[in-house]
Design a protein around this ligand. Structure first.
Ligand code: 3PG
Length: 308
């Protein structure tokens, strides 16, 4: 079988060599398409592939239509909002993700950004510390759990809200579980977002909850920019000069922040939560193993789309 790694944002070379080893040892062939510039390049590359490994690359109905032999697509990462699940199901293609594999990298980036802001962008002036501050973890999945683990070591006071997770999981991690979003936001100076982007969550983080945050509020978004109501956050930051926003990738209205909120925001130039060698290896190799296993035994663990 042919396995194509198609990544606009390439994996580290060390991850590619480990992916290659898994694929070739199992008797399959590996092809690479990196940093492609147009959807057409992707369409051309998928035309004879049975398996596809991607990152945030958009796999929509047109890509699926261009890949007549495709049987499995694995999103090497957690969020699969870039995959058209219905188009995959309609063609009987299995869609998977690799949950947990890049979570530590994302949590470390969230802390990196929080420290950067607490220290005033390392500008030489007096800043603040994270120890003793309240951290609210919005959604306690894999990244949320690493957030708690690191925050504990830093001496933060940790809270979390996740209606889909048993509270015991949170309390066992040394976290106070709260019952409502409002409670979380009104209590915590730092809020870190770990919700997926879907029809329910898109634009769901806006002034209704953010205006509840206490003084010197910092919102950290390493989830998806789509979950933020960008107009409302601008409105709020105009009213509240103490409010700061950190995001892994700039919002669509990012230029406005540069114009209005100097020193009160930080945006990565490219989504880089999972941009570590370790995360690339973990997620890429997991994706390769899942594909090999699917072809060998039919194992569909981590399938995220419905069966036909
Ligand atoms: C994820 O959903 O796993 C992360 O956002 C990482 O995305 P990336 O692989 O595009 O960096």
């Amino acid at each position: 079988m042919k396995v194509l790694v198609a990544t606009d944002k390439p994996f580290a070379p060390i991850a590619i060599s480990q992916i290659r080893e898994v694929v070739e040892t199992a008797g399959h062939t590996l092809a690479l398409l990196e940093k492609y510039k147009t959807p057409q390049e992707l369409h051309d590359a998928v035309k004879d592939t049975e398996a596809l490994i991607v990152r945030s690359d958009i796999i929509d109905a047109a890509v699926v239509a261009a890949a007549p032999k495709l049987r499995i697509v694995v999103r090497a990462g957690a969020g699969y909002d870039n995959l058209d699940l219905e188009a995959c199901t309609a063609r009987d293609i299995v869609a998977m993700n690799t949950p947990g594999q890049n979570s530590n990298a994302v949590a470390e980036l969230a802390f990196g950004m929080m420290l950067y802001m607490a220290r005033g962008g390392f500008d030489g002036k007096t800043g603040t510390e994270l120890r003793g501050k309240k951290l609210g973890i919005h959604a306690f999945g894999n990244v949320g759990r690493y957030m708690a683990y690191i925050a504990k070591g830093m001496g933060m006071d940790i809270y979390a809200y996740d209606p889909f997770v048993d509270k015991k999981v949170m309390t066992d991690a040394g976290v106070t579980a709260v019952d409502t979003i409002e409670e979380l936001y009104s209590m915590c100076q730092y809020i870190s977002l770990h919700i997926p982007a879907n029809e329910k969550t898109k634009k769901s983080i806006g002034k209704a909850v953010l205006s509840l945050m206490p003084a010197e509020a910092v919102l950290v978004n390493t989830a998806r920019k789509e979950v933020i109501n960008e107009e409302e956050i601008v409105e709020l930051m105009e009213k509240r000069s103490d409010f700061r926003y950190l995001s892994d990738i700039a919002p669509d209205n990012g230029a406005l922040f540069a114009e209005k909120f100097e020193g009160r925001y930080f945006f990565t130039p490219k989504k880089m939560g999972a941009q570590t060698q370790e995360a690339n290896i973990n997620a890429g190799v997991a994706a390769a193993r899942q594909i090999v296993d699917f072809f060998t035994t039919g194992n569909e663990t981590y399938r995220v789309n419905k069966k036909k």
